[in-house]
Design a protein around this ligand. Structure first.
Ligand code: HEM
Length: 404
């Protein structure tokens, strides 16, 4: 697939791969070796953007937030030229100094003491769900477990209104599709968009948030002058866009790992260090967030290649997480591996704000499962859900083997 080198930039290989095609998104891992091996940076004709797929260059781009900015959008659209489909995120699509202010504020909303206060409740809810599931012969690890658990804990933590919470999953899939081109996948995801977008808009308003959740806490920060009330609404929206589908698919992909490597589940124990390691490995092995773009704020050079101002650079997080230059035996899912250093939660100043939230959900669920289960095996073929950014599974039939 590699054609002749770019004449003006001799070091730049060109790839004909379309990273937003159905074939690529169905199995991106099949294409990653070629992307990593062709060179540290390449040009993607299909989208008119640079790409980086090795761990070294992906982390370099993400670390260098002054050159590779987020405020021009972390999708294919350049906000300097195109109006985004919604007002930009004050976190994900912002640069310092605005980002410093909003990030500091939001770090306090999901700080460790806040999370610790919820831990027992989440562990109890995980045990209840597992008790329900082990009664079944087989079940769907996506709909019955990976979607069910975050939906039982996350909307309550934010303090969302009870009615219409299912819109959260639709909304998140719209947001993550919108980082890619306006292809068929994007358009089919827009089918229920209006209802989901208006539900989320309403849900972020102060009058619709419950008094003891993270959402109201953001508005209390606004009362203290840390942000405006309009900004508070948009910051609550960030929790809703980024906090559900990511975790759902993080858990789904981990369950898929257990079915593909059936001896791994039993190597985990119920301790937090063990469940945390397993979750990290799941995010490395099959990264939920596959890609994010950055835009060059000025002309720069990366791996010897000159990148003009305004260029989009696509960072392949999932490919970096299986880079054999960084990991031993990267294709293997191994729950005892120390996967720290993976970029499944990003890297640099935009590294996932909610990673402790996601980790606490996973810890609760995995330890509840491990207490009762020795093995998770496949009970039917998985169904992939196409999304322009997320590695998503629609259905994963599984069977559990009980302890004793
Ligand atoms: C397994 C679950 C999750 C994964 C894989 C994930 C992944 C990511 C990644 C890769 C980024 C970096 C974006 C970039 O560099 O442009 C990010 C940022 C972010 N995440 Fe997560 N995330 C997860 C869960 C959550 C949760 C539960 C929340 C909310 C409580 C959340 C909120 C955010 C926010 C607000 C940002 C933007 C941070 C910033 O720009 O400073 N995420 N996440």
């Amino acid at each position: 697939m590699q054609s002749s080198a770019n004449i003006s930039q001799p070091k730049l290989p060109r790839l004909e791969i379309d990273p937003f095609s159905e074939s690529f998104l169905t199995d991106p891992f099949r294409y990653h070796p070629q992307m990593r091996d062709v060179g540290p940076i390449f040009w993607l004709d299909s989208i008119g953007a640079y790409g980086v797929a090795r761990h070294e260059e992906v982390t370099q781009v993400l670390k260098n937030h002054e050159t590779f900015v987020s405020s021009r959008g972390v999708g294919l659209a350049d906000f300097a030229k195109e109006k985004p489909f919604r007002p930009p995120s004050l976190l994900l699509e912002a640069d310092p100094p605005l980002h410093d202010r909003t990030r500091n504020l939001m770090n306090r909303i999901v700080a460790m003491p806040v999370l610790k206060a919820l831990e027992n409740d989440w562990r109890g809810k995980a045990k209840t769900l597992v008790a329900e599931l082990i009664e079944k012969d087989t079940f769907d690890a996506v709909t019955d477990l990976a979607e069910e658990f975050p939906m039982r804990v996350f909307p309550d933590a934010v303090g969302l209104m009870d009615e219409g919470r299912d819109h959260l999953l639709t909304y998140a899939s719209i947001v993550f599709n919108a980082f890619g081109p306006k292809n068929e996948i994007f358009h089919s995801g827009m089918a229920d968009a209006d209802a989901a977008i208006s539900w989320v808009t309403e849900a972020c308003k102060r009058e619709n948030l419950k008094p003891d959740g993270w959402g109201e806490a953001v508005f209390q920060s606004a009362d203290r002058g840390d942000c405006t009330h309009a900004e508070a609404e948009r910051l609550v929206r960030s929790l809703l866009s980024a906090g559900v589908d990511t975790t759902v698919n993080g858990i789904s992909n981990l369950m898929y790992g257990f079915t593909q490597f059936p001896d791994e589940f039993g190597k985990m124990d119920t301790s937090q260090s063990s469940t945390r390691r397993a979750f990290n490995e799941g995010l490395r092995w099959r990264s939920t967030v596959q890609t994010f773009f950055r835009t060059a704020a000025h002309e720069t050079s990366l791996a010897g290649v000159t990148i003009p101002e305004g260029s989009k650079v696509l960072t392949f997080l999932a490919a970096a997480n299986r880079d054999e230059r960084r990991w031993d035996n990267p294709e293997a899912f191994s729950v005892t591996r120390n996967a720290s250093g993976h970029v499944g939660f990003g890297h640099g100043i935009h590294v996932c704000l909610g990673q402790m939230v996601a980790r606490m959900e996973a810890d609760a669920l995995l330890s509840a499962l491990r207490e009762k289960i020795t093995r998770i095996t496949s009970a039917g073929p998985p169904v992939i859900r196409l999304n322009n950014t997320l590695c998503s599974i629609a259905s994963l039939p599984v069977k559990l083997e009980k302890v004793g």
